[in-house]
Design a protein around this ligand. Structure first.
Ligand code: EPU
Length: 420
């Protein structure tokens, strides 16, 4: 018996919403904590999402103590930890389990684990992660769906990433914290989550410089220990609420955000005609304005985030004229468009591109959250559609949004869950 989310559209939202800690930082920070030879690592601002529960299960398999001090506050103590193969279902529940590769390789010079899972967005290779480990001196073997990565010793190296991959940058950083000498990652990804992970590792005693630029250097450390760290706000959750406010709110204040992390989105929304006030750590959006279509091209940070093109699409169906979304990161990340078409959106799909014509009235229907951000896209569509929208496979939404329905109810949405 699976849960569905139902939304009765057309109710105007009002009020304040507080953004949780960044999912994509959290899912790297939790594995990074095991690099502490002596604990504990205290992390606050942890979002209440099922990816955190899956990663905590993996930590427990490694005999790491995980204490949930309060809703958003966990303490991870790896002092009694041991290394063992990670082959349970928790590995395949999420993509970010791959961060245990870098973390365990860094700490023990050996890791055995299954192929990670996660949202299907088209092919998601991890060749750059593996090449990075090999450059540090590791051997990578892959048999029957499992990786075995091991080294006698890890030695710093110069690594050029062919694509500035977020995952590869973080994974290599973690594998290199104990490597002998200096590792340099060139063409590194610059996402804010990478800075957050480097900041926590440095508090633990690592020597990482340049995170947030495209050249990161890591000088090997002798021993890392516990620290206290507060996670940055989730820029994708923030972006989702900002878009949702433009689509369905009278006036909404989105708090606990870092507007600089959202510049590409905010400037596109301004171009569309969205009425907003941007302050130091919050944005106020007033909906109900006439909107113009825009052209979006997803790019690595600080460009327009691929994770926000899906939530943006339903808003584009409400804008005047033609909008285009070109996807350069995950060229097949358009499953949400097929679901939105069921709700009467006028969208043409071609290779790596969606063309949206608006404004179009949306109608509630039975739709499927094929991945996390598709789920967010359908929730936004449901809020503005006429009638009731029924969203299936909502476990994808629960993987990455902290209490999305609770936050929306607090803003006046008519949203509920049923067992289908
Ligand atoms: N790529 C390779 N080889 C690799 C690694 C990546 O070819 O070894 C390619 C990918 O196929 C993709 C591009 O490089 O075309 C960028 O991928 P990246 O490695 O940056 O993505 P990721 O680390 O797997 C993270 C986020 C994603 C987000 C992307 C892009 C996490 C756990 N995931 O994925 O978030 O879309 O960066 O910004 O941090 C989401 O939150 O919904 C989500 C999917």
């Amino acid at each position: 018996m699976a849960e569905v989310i139902k939304i009765e559209g057309g109710h105007k939202l009002n009020g304040k919403v507080r953004i949780s800690g960044s999912k994509n930082a959290t899912v790297a920070l939790i594995p990074a904590a095991i690099l502490a030879a002596r604990g504990p690592v205290t992390i606050i601002g942890v979002p209440n999402i099922s990816d955190v529960a899956s990663l905590s299960d993996l930590l427990r398999e490694l005999n790491v103590t995980v204490i949930q001090k309060s809703q958003d506050h966990i303490v991870i103590d790896p002092t009694e930890m041991y290394n063992k193969p990670l082959e349970t279902q928790a590995v395949t529940k999420l993509r970010a389990s791959y961060y245990f590769m870098g973390a365990l390789l860094g700490r023990y010079k050996e890791v055995k684990m299954k192929m990670p899972g996660g949202c299907y967005l088209g092919p998601r290779p991890i060749d750059l992660h593996l090449k990075g480990f090999e450059a540090l001196g590791a051997t990578v073997e892959y048999t029957q769906g499992s990786y075995h990565i091991f080294a006698d010793e890890l030695v710093g190296a110069k690594i050029f990433l062919d694509i500035s991959s977020v995952g590869a940058t973080i994974n290599i950083m973690m594998a290199a914290v104990y490597a002998k000498g200096r590792t340099t990652i060139e063409n590194a990804a610059k996402e804010p989550e990478i800075i957050d992970v480097a900041t926590m590792l440095n508090k633990m005693g690592a020597h990482i410089r340049g995170a947030g630029t495209n050249v990161i250097t890591i000088d090997g450390a002798d021993e890392l220990s516990g620290c206290f760290h507060e996670i940055i706000p989730d820029r994708i959750e923030a972006g989702t609420f900002i878009i949702l406010a433009a689509a369905a709110a009278e006036e909404m204040v989105i708090e606990n955000i870092i507007p600089q992390h959202l510049e590409a989105l905010l400037s596109k929304l301004q171009e569309m005609g969205v009425d907003m006030d941007i302050e130091v750590d919050k944005v106020t959006i007033r909906g109900g304005k006439e909107l113009m279509g825009v052209d979006i091209k997803t790019l690595p940070y600080p460009g327009f985030a691929t994770d926000l093109q899906q939530p943006l699409t339903p808003l584009l169906t409400q804008a005047n004229g033609e909008s285009t979304v070109k996807e350069t990161i995950y060229t097949e990340r358009f499953k949400h468009c097929v679901e939105l078409q069921r709700m009467s959106a006028n969208i043409d799909l071609s290779t790596a591109k969606a063309t949206i014509k608006g404004p179009t009235k949306l109608f509630g229907d039975i739709v499927t959250a094929t991945d996390l951000r598709c789920g967010a896209s359908l929730v936004i569509a449901g809020l503005i559609a006429e009638g009731v929208t029924e969203i299936h496979e909502v476990y994808h939404i629960d993987r990455g949004y902290d209490d999305l329905d609770g936050k929306l109810k607090g803003l006046g949405a008519v949203i509920w869950r049923e067992v289908a």
